[in-house]
Write a protein that binds this ligand. Structure first.
Ligand SMILES: Nc1ncnc2c1ncn2[C@@H]1O[C@H](COP(=O)(O)OP(=O)(O)OP(=O)(O)O)[C@@H](O)[C@H]1O
Ligand SMILES: [Mg+2]
Length: 175
């Protein structure tokens, strides 16, 4: 049994959105649950290539993701969407358009994300080589009432992923 929902992972770059989503997808596949990943990096590399990081371009990028997520969700898929999506109003629009939606706040202090610096972008952001970088030179508005909060500086990837799967079970999205 599965019921469609979009889990919208939001958080700073390097917080662990993609890492946790990949592990959740693996766990769901093992159970025969149909899930789909929508990832910011992948979308920006293909579908929304050409968009930048102004508020308007971030809105367009997220709105495109939300549109796809809505189609998948209404067809019973568990959608794992990972987008920095720093603006509260833009996440709320995604929630409204998708309907069956839960916000997962992938919470990690900026210092830890910068220490990880998975893509080497924080170094560039702090030096000013790149601008409009969320958490450094662009805002991040933390969710006020997320359905789930993951603290990736204190919980392992496995613990975080297990909590997401448990959330899906508890809310009756998978059985
Ligand atoms: N509990 C955890 N959950 C997720 N990632 C973790 C955790 N602990 C450590 N990490 C590490 O943190 C990094 C997270 O990188 P990841 O690319 O998943 O971040 P992201 O949020 O998708 O960033 P971006 O927005 O740039 O795509 C990885 O190197 C991962 O191994
Ligand atoms: Mg990512």
């Amino acid at each position: 049994m599965q019921r469609g929902v979009t889990l919208w992972f939001t958080g700073l770059s390097g917080a662990g959105k993609t890492t946790v989503c990949l592990e959740v997808a693996r766990l769901l596949a093992l159970r025969g649950v149909k899930a789909e990943l929508l990832d910011g990096d992948e979308m920006r590399g293909q579908l929304t290539a050409g968009l930048g990081f102004s508020k308007e371009d971030r809105r367009k990028n997220t709105a495109t993701a939300a549109y796809i997520a809505r189609l998948l969700t209404r067809n019973g898929i568990i959608v794992l969407a990972s987008f920095v999506s720093p603006y509260k109003s833009i996440r709320e629009s995604a929630r409204e358009s998708i309907g069956s939606f839960a916000e997962v706040y992938v919470c990690c202090p900026l210092e830890e994300c910068a220490r990880r610096d998975v893509k080497g972008l924080y170094k560039k952001a702090f030096s000013g080589e790149i601008g409009q970088f969320t958490g450094v030179s662009d805002p991040f508005e933390p969710p006020e009432a997320p359905e789930l909060v993951l603290h990736t500086d204190r919980e392992t990837v496995d613990q975080c992923a297990a909590r997401v799967v448990e959330f899906l079970e508890t809310r009756g999205y998978i059985g």
